[in-house]
Ligand binder design. Structure first.
Ligand SMILES: [Ca+2]
Ligand SMILES: [Ca+2]
Length: 318
């Protein structure tokens, strides 16, 4: 650690963050192997042999979970905003470790458009619908298709089985195609589910994926981490150029709260619904990739930092 003491504090912090996250990922990837032993013993035999290894891997899994929570809990204790200059945002490039290499990152999900915001508390949300249609149009979808896609997704999310006009689709629609697909009639668990929804082609889902997420509660958008497309969609009248100015401005100085954000908007006459915006984040996706010998493991963990100590909502091995 002595070699780090001559560096500026921000850089030291980032390096310490990187070290912590690297340790986290090393453990998380072992956790991935443990998960595979539970899910598929046949495949697991390639990775782990013997009951003793399995028990040890489960212990690593618990360790990995603790590490992931530590990075974000440490941040929650030491800062009142969340932005991309913080330690948790440091990406770990492929790094040699014992018998292999490891890489990964923590991605803020609160800076993305939450698809489940479209339908909250038993009703469709007019502002979220407008935001989603704007996002689709920014990604090259025409206005009437954007409306049809929004209605198809709303029918997928809402609890009833009566299709909305203009592109809606419920069970009868999917059955009429001879498809076994049925709407979830519930919040999305993952963005990939979109591929089953009427009108959402593989290509469109790929274009949307960098900008959207599927979270279990309605969420605000963190203006300190949102990409330009999401900012432009979130704030009517801002536009993509305005959104890029917002990003330049936050790189100069992070928005410390929503009043600070509103005061520094690049255009006059914008009146965003500030109850939908935030300068903090609650949900994070931890992604890790590692090679041990000839085995490659990739895993994702969704974390909810409602309280200082983040809860695991799900984890999966890819
Ligand atoms: Ca923070
Ligand atoms: Ca429905």
């Amino acid at each position: 650690m002595n070699g780090l003491t001559n560096q500026p504090p921000a850089r030291r912090l980032r390096q310490r963050g990187a070290a912590v996250i690297l340790a986290l990922l090393t453990l998380a990837l072992v956790a991935g192997i443990a998960a595979s032993t539970l899910g598929d013993l046949g495949v697991a035999m390639d990775h782990v042999s013997g009951q003793h290894d399995q028990i040890q891997a489960r212990q690593f899994a618990r360790g990995a979970i603790d590490w992931a929570r530590n990075v974000l809990a440490d941040d929650a204790r030491n800062s009142t905003v969340d932005h991309l200059g913080e330690a948790w945002a440091t990406r770990i490039p492929p790094t040699p470790v014992e018998e292999g290499e490891v890489a990964g990152d923590l991605k803020d999900q609160s800076g993305l458009f939450n698809l489940n915001n479209l339908y909250q508390n038993g009703g469709s949300d007019a502002l979220a619908m407008e935001q989603f249609q704007t996002l689709l149009e920014l990604l090259g979808v025409n206005g009437s298709d954007a409306i049809r896609l929004t209605n198809a997704l709303l029918d997928w999310l809402d609890s009833d089985s009566s299709p909305r006009p203009k592109g809606g689709a419920e069970a009868d629609y999917y059955a009429s195609l001879g498809s076994a697909i049925r709407p979830a009639n519930a919040p999305l668990i993952a963005v990939a589910e979109l591929r089953q929804v009427r009108g959402f082609s593989t290509d469109l889902v790929a274009r949307l994926t960098p900008f959207v997420t599927a979270l279990p509660t309605g969420t605000q958008i963190n203006v300190n981490t949102a990409p330009a497309e999401v900012l432009a969609a979130a704030i009517p009248g801002l536009g993509l150029d305005g959104a890029r100015s917002v990003i330049q401005e936050r790189q100069r100085a992070w928005y410390k709260d929503i009043n600070d954000f509103s005061a520094r908007l690049p255009k006059k006459n914008l009146s965003p619904d500030t109850s939908r915006l935030a300068t903090t984040s609650r949900y994070f996706l931890a992604t890790g990739r590692a090679r041990f010998g000839v085995s490659v493991v990739r895993m994702e963990v969704l974390l909810d930092r409602k309280q200082t100590w983040p809860e695991i909502l799900w984890h999966k091995q890819l």
